[in-house]
Structure formats: C-alpha cells, structure tokens
Design a protein around this ligand. Structure first.
Ligand SMILES: Nc1ncnc2c1ncn2[C@@H]1O[C@H](COP(=O)(O)OP(=O)(O)O)[C@@H](O)[C@H]1O
Ligand SMILES: [Mg+2]
Length: 262
C-alpha cells in the first residue's frame, strides 16, 4: 500500500523561522543502518505553532534534535532564521542544586547577560509561567507540573540573546507534558497557548497525542513511521476540534497499519 505525500506549501526563505529541505537521517551503517527520516520537507514560520505528530519511533525526536543542532542530517538542509533554538524535553532536567531562579538564570548567564539583567529577566519569566514568588524553591520542593513550568521559563530564557530582539525565537518541545497527569497536562497546555500568543515565539512541538496536537497547533503535521516523512498536514484554525481529532486519528492508524504490513 502506498501513502500519498501532500507537499507542504512552499514559501520564501524570509518567512520561515526554520526550513527543512530533503532532510534524511540514517543511523549506523551497512546491514545495521536505520533510516529514521527519509526525506522531510517542513517549514515553520515566525510565530507559528506547529505540532509534529507521529507514532512512537517514527523519528520525531530525531527531527527535533537535528533542528536543535544536537545532531547532523545525513542529507538535506536545515535553514534557521532565528536566534538559537531552545529545547524542552519530557524530563524537566533542572539542576537539582539550583533554585528555580538560578535554573532560569543559567542560559542567561551562558548568553553573557549581566547579573542584574539576569535577575530581572528570570523574575519576569517566572511570573510568566505563574511561579512568581517561588524562585527560591529548589526542584525537589516543586511538583512535576511546577518543574515543567520552570523548564519552560528556562527554555524561553535560552531564546534571549544579548543585544538580540529582532530575530524571531524558536522553541523546540519534545513531548514536554507526556509524563504529567491528565489534569496538570491540561492546565499546562492552556498555559503554553497563552504564552505562545503573548511572546510570538515559533514553536515546533512533538507529540504522539492527537488531541494535544489539535488543541495546541496552528498546524498539525503527520509523520509516517520508518522511515519518517511528512504524510499530511492540517490547519487547525476554524476547525471543529473533535471532528479534526477523529480525522487525524484515522489517518494516523492508517499510517501505522501501512508500516506494520511492510
Ligand atoms: N542514536 C541512535 N542510534 C540508532 N538508532 C537511533 C538513534 N536515535 C534514534 N534511533 C532510531 O531512529 C528511529 C526514530 O527514533 P526517534 O526519533 O527517537 O523516534 P520518536 O521520537 O518518534 O519516538 C527509531 O527506530 C530509533 O530506534
Ligand atoms: Mg521521541
């Protein structure tokens, strides 16, 4: 069975925060080689919220790591027109010996911000994620949801550059709420939408949860499994949420069964 490939719309490079063209990633060599990504074309525009959806093992994290510059593609190009992208993972990965404020200050320190500016920005970002007044708490004193709030504030801090401001920011999120309970996840999804609207940061958000993708994304991009490639994409604006969720779920099932039959 073949899968139809709907090409994403082409745009000029200036209206792309990041553009992937023909991105391929092969792990290993010879008989052991695993083609994680076949030929991915994807554009995220400045300020856009794109959800990358796919079954487990289809190459979502691989793609995010390539955009983050943590790994290199085997072929193809990734053009970034943003400040250094910030990454947020499922595990908050905070420094356990640093309090919330210090954790948020860390990327600002690495970027070369002075002490008072760091303090000011960290306080502002903790307010933004509704943790104002909790800056002195260390990670073990915070709930899982609060730790992800700190991780979000730190990721936003990582998009700041000394003297920067013109370049659009890009936030890369790899299933950041997957380990949280349903209620906390729901609250944080709402917070992320609010923060996205308020900051204008472009977001590339990886998830295997169709409902989450439909709720968060301005656009949902479906990746096929092994090797990963863009199968289809849907705009979510004006869509009926439950109906679109059903449609995408059906398509995801189809993609998974196609893969299983090979
Ligand atoms: N460093 C690596 N070495 C070898 N294979 C890898 C490596 N990273 C990922 N893979 C393989 O690439 C495929 C995609 O993995 P991944 O991007 O983690 O998927 P997802 O995040 O969608 O669950 C999987 O088959 C995985 O086993
Ligand atoms: Mg993954």
């Amino acid at each position: 069975m073949s899968v139809t490939l709907d090409q994403p719309a082409r745009t000029s490079s200036t209206d792309a925060a990041v553009r992937l063209t023909g991105v391929r990633k092969v792990f290993g060599r010879g008989a052991q080689a695993v083609t994680a990504l076949a030929e991915v074309d994807l554009v995220v525009r400045p300020g856009e919220f794109v959800c990358l959806l796919g079954a487990s093992g289809c190459g979502k994290s691989t793609l995010l790591n390539l955009v983050a510059g943590l790994d290199r593609p085997t072929a193809g190009t990734i053009a970034l027109h943003t400040s250094r992208p910030a990454v947020m993972f499922q595990d908050a990965a905070l420094m356990p010996w640093l309090n919330a404020t210090r954790n948020v200050e860390l990327p600002l320190r690495l970027a070369g911000f002075g002490r008072s500016e760091r303090k000011h920005k960290a306080a502002e970002l903790l307010e933004l994620v509704r943790l104002g007044g909790l800056g002195a708490k260390r990670p073990h004193e915070l709930s899982g949801g609060m730790r992800q709030r700190v991780a979000l504030a730190r990721a936003l801090a990582a998009t700041h550059r000394v003297g920067g401001g013109d370049e659009p920011a890009l936030l890369l999120m790899d299933e950041p709420f997957a380990a949280l309970d349903a209620i906390t996840r729901d609250v944080l999804q709402g917070e992320l939408r609010r923060i996205h609207r308020g900051t204008g940061t472009a977001v590339l958000f990886v998830t295997h949860d169709v409902r989450e993708a439909v709720r968060l994304g301005g656009r949902v991009v479906l990746l096929s499994s092994r090797p990963g490639r863009v199968v289809r994409e849907w705009p979510t604006a004006g869509a009926d949420g439950p109906e679109l969720t059903e449609e995408i779920t059906a398509r995801l099932r189809e993609v998974i069964s196609t893969h299983a039959a090979v």
